[in-house]
Design a protein around this ligand. Structure first.
Ligand SMILES: Cc1ncc(COP(=O)(O)O)c(C=O)c1O
Ligand SMILES: N[C@@H](CCOP(=O)(O)O)C(=O)O
Length: 463
């Protein structure tokens, strides 16, 4: 399996290459040169497999010959062995047609663990082969940070610098990052938004003063391996609900467009999916882009679903590439225009290509609170604010009545106890596996929101 950049001029790489590279050196994102295909019979034969085994089957064509089937199975068994539920990503039924896919049974209570537990192991494996090291620079609106830190803390060959927007993550999210004491973990709170942090991360990859001294790696969903691991749970849910014979729709609380792009990949490689619903909060650039082609940023507004307070959605570029004709040179020019003006209009091909599978819905704070109350009062389920945005969209969308709708439950409600209590009157408690989070000491550096401050800090502290 070979990977190409969405901007058409970076070298083609194999799976180990893209895992360690993160961002392509032309500023684009790596995608498979072509989509592998699973036949209906092959998908049907996956029914009933334990999650780790299913994961190895779905990932194998993307990994190609970079890992033998036995070593891939060894890694998936180790990665998913740390989850608190035997099914890893269990499904819960809410009513006749609404389902929740619980993605928060990993060590840090959000869907990010599903991919990052695997990515940490892949880094170890590929770096050991070349006796190399990696300096990871990541940006988080709350959940990627803790999941990535958990996955790499204490590894000898990896060092991590994680940027979060100061004051814009929940206390639980912040403490899950800043109370991890390991010599290879550096937390940075910047003045600014997640978008500012993400832009700095991308700039680091192109900064020769940094790359001449350190090999920079990514844990954000710009790293292809993240998305590959997220494809698996679309298969897991569909197979339990009658797939591949029956089509299922998925509602995905969306920010950086990684999770829902993994659904697009699942469909591309053969899984019958009726619809992917891109659920946004009031930071609704994706809703506008998918509804009328207008991809223009506004100011990021803080909401009760802070992990989705994003305007520039990295992975949208992968979709534009894939449905817009796979013309990297044309997309590079379109993206340069967007980076300069912070606005662009989708081409007709991009709009029509996206419309074939995607629908978008937007939820404001009242919609979110109502969905949380509905889940609590009518279904006896406490959901987090991000999941509630997905649920609002799942209930509002028009689909044939025999199509099950699965909302991705992306975080445990106890990560956002204040917002959940405000809407439902119930304060969710943290599962025992997070330990004494509020008794541990925090450590992080506060920096102004300038690129130079962040770059100099990394250069001054990287081993
Ligand atoms: C809890 C939660 N829900 C939803 C999202 C949005 O996912 P994505 O960025 O893959 O669109 C995030 C952040 O990524 C998140 O942390
Ligand atoms: N919501 C995310 C933002 C980063 O997204 P990623 O999937 O690209 O890592 C977070 O919680 O940090």
């Amino acid at each position: 399996m070979q990977y190409v950049s969405t901007r058409g001029s970076a070298p083609t790489l194999d799976f180990a290459g893209v895992t360690l590279a993160g961002l392509a050196n032309d500023g684009g994102l790596y995608v498979p040169a072509e989509w592998p295909q699973f036949s209906r019979d092959e998908i049907a034969s996956m029914r009933g497999l334990p999650y780790a085994e299913l994961a190895a089957r779905v990932m194998q064509p993307f990994v190609g010959d970079c890992l033998t089937p036995e070593s891939l199975r060894g890694l998936t068994a180790k990665a998913y062995g740390r989850f608190a539920h035997a099914a890893v990503t269990p499904l819960t039924q809410l009513d006749e047609r609404q389902w929740l896919l619980e993605l928060f049974h990993g060590p840090t209570l959000a869907f990010k663990d599903v991919a990052l537990q695997m990515l940490g192991l892949l880094f170890e494996e590929f770096l050991a082969r070349e006796d190399g090291t990696l300096t990871i620079v990541g940006a988080t609106s709350g959940d990627t940070g803790s999941a990535a830190i958990d996955a790499v803390a204490g590894l000898d060959r990896v060092e991590i610098f994680m940027l979060h927007p100061k004051g814009r993550v929940s206390d639980v999210q912040r403490r899950q990052m800043t109370t991890v004491r390991a010599p290879n973990v550096h937390n940075i709170a910047i003045d600014g938004s997640f978008d500012d942090a993400q832009a700095m991360v991308k700039r680091i990859f192109a900064d020769r003063d940094v790359t001449a001294k350190h090999r920079i790696g990514a844990v954000n969903s710009i790293n292809w391996a993240r998305l590959m691991a997220q494809v698996v749970y679309y298969f897991a849910a569909s197979l339990q609900l009658g797939g591949p014979e029956r089509e299922v729709a998925f509602s995905v609380p969306t920010g950086n467009f990684g999770d829902v792009f993994a659904g697009h990949v699942a469909e591309r490689i053969g899984l019958p999916i009726k619809r992917l619903i891109v659920a946004t909060n009031t930071n609704d650039i994706l809703y506008r882009a998918l509804s009328n082609g207008d991809y223009s940023t506004g100011t990021v507004t803080p909401t009760a679903a802070p992990s989705m307070d994003i305007q520039v959605s990295s992975n949208f570029e992968r979709l534009l590439f894939d449905v817009g004709g796979r013309d990297g040179i044309a997309l590079a020019e379109q993206m340069r225009g967007f980076e300069a003006s912070k606005a662009m209009q989708l081409t007709n091909a991009q709009r029509d290509g996206a419309a074939a599978l995607f629908t978008s819905m937007r939820a404001d704070e009242d919609d979110m609170a109502r969905a949380m109350r509905w889940a609590c009062e009518d279904c006896a389920e406490i959901v987090d604010p991000h999941t509630a945005i997905g649920l609002h969209a799942a209930r509002a969308v028009e689909l044939p009545h025999d199509v099950p709708v699965v909302t991705l439950a992306t975080a445990h409600p106890a990560k956002f106890p204040d917002a959940v209590e405000r809407s439902t009157g119930t304060r969710p408690s943290l599962p025992a596996r997070v330990g004494d989070l509020f008794a541990r000491e925090e450590a992080y550096t506060e920096l102004p929101g300038t690129y130079e401050a962040v770059r100099d800090h990394i250069l001054g502290h990287a081993a």
